[in-house]
Design a protein around this ligand. Structure first.
Ligand code: ACO
Length: 329
């Protein structure tokens, strides 16, 4: 049996579409205004994929950058996990498309879907392969193009989302670095609060589902809001507890970027000062599975996270799912 090791992040990358959609652009599309969107969500603009672009486009670019940053050749990658709720197709897995584009010929590849918590779930899975000694080079990608399933006539959802991807390379690292603790949770009783009703085996695509607009994301925003603050607060506290960490030790808090009011309420609940809280929802909107790896990438590239910094990642999403992960970078 191989010895137990610690998994750490050794390379990061991100990719977002070049097209920017501002709140003022949205004013031309639905009955909304910049002030409402900024006050209620904190979002100013988001990136939206072009018609030829899909989740794998951004997943591939982010992956390539993460591999370059880690100094790893595609042929050395042993496993690719793409965390996504908007795969290119129902099957095959988007991870296989990324594997092929990268030329990662020795890698296993699969997708993981846990709503907007997918990236935390995927990090937990990837880290397990390393800590058990099975694998040494794992690529974890968070990628989504929610714009493709957004109802662009529904002002209550279309202002919220953006597209993009973030990727990390996980490899064995020396303590005290690495993934220190993980908390994963789910509660399927809330499945109806956030879903895309049609296109699966329950309600296969038909002329009727297309006519009724059932291939769009539908959401109960108020209920999700309340759940998000409570669930992320509990998961973050538990991740600290199980890692033997104190809230004062956190150098950078990276919550899922859905709404600045959710983030503010959460930071207050956890007694974390604003300077430790990473917020980029103003520039990207809610990029679902990509939000945490994009924020992590920006925190590292701007020096907010340095070698040895303690980052606390926390997410919530459709499922319902939620989770947290403490990482010593
Ligand atoms: N522009 C102007 N007015 C709007 C808009 C808009 N874009 N959207 C809704 N309104 C109106 C509503 O119609 C309502 O009007 P009414 O009072 O006349 O009925 C009013 O604004 C208030 O609506 P609420 O839904 O109560 O607004 P709220 O303050 O709850 O904000 C929001 C809505 C932003 C969706 C909030 O509930 C939220 O962020 N919830 C969490 C959503 C979330 O995080 N989802 C993602 C989770 S998982 C994932 O990331 C995929």
């Amino acid at each position: 049996m191989p010895e137990t090791r610690t998994a750490g992040v050794t390379g990061l990358g991100m990719s977002v579409p070049s097209r920017v959609l501002t709140n003022h652009d949205l004013e031309q599309m639905v009955e909304t205004n910049d002030a409402w969107i900024r006050e209620r969500t904190g979002i100013r603009e988001r990136r939206i994929a072009a018609s030829g672009e899909s989740t794998s486009s951004f997943a591939f670019e982010a992956s390539l950058r993460a591999l370059n940053a880690a100094g790893l050749e595609p042929a050395e990658v042993e496993l690719i996990i793409v965390a996504t709720a908007t795969p290119d197709m129902l099957f095959p897995a988007t991870a296989c498309l990324v594997q092929h584009q990268l030329g990662a010929k020795r890698a296993a590849a699969f997708d993981l879907e846990a709503g907007c918590s997918s990236f935390i779930y995927a990090m937990a899975v990837g880290a397990q392969f390393i800590s058990t000694g099975c694998l040494r080079n794992v690529l974890v990608v968070g990628a989504d193009t929610l714009s493709k399933i957004t109802d662009w006539r529904d002002r209550s959802t279309c202002v919220l989302f953006g597209d993009g991807a973030g990727a990390v390379v996980l490899q064995p690292v020396e303590p005290p670095r690495g993934v220190l603790s993980v908390v994963l949770r789910a509660d399927g009783s809330g499945a109806d609060l956030l879903k895309m009703p049609a296109g699966g085996s329950r309600l296969p695509t038909s002329e009727e589902t297309a006519r009724s607009g059932l291939h769009h994301l539908v959401m109960n925003g108020r209920e999700i809001f309340k759940f998000a603050v409570r669930a992320m607060g509990e998961a973050a506290a538990e991740a600290l507890r199980s890692g033997g960490l104190k809230q004062e030790e956190v150098d950078c808090f990276i919550p899922h970027q859905a709404n600045v009011r959710i983030i503010d309420a959460l930071a207050k609940r956890l007694c974390l000062p604003p300077e430790k809280v990473l917020i980029n929802v103003d520039r990207y909107g809610n990029t679902s599975s990509a939000s945490i790896p994009i924020a992590l990438y920006e925190a590292v590239s701007t020096g907010r996270i340095k070698s040895g910094s303690l980052a606390l990642l926390v997410a919530f999403g459709a499922g319902l799912t939620w989770g947290a992960l403490a990482l010593r970078y």
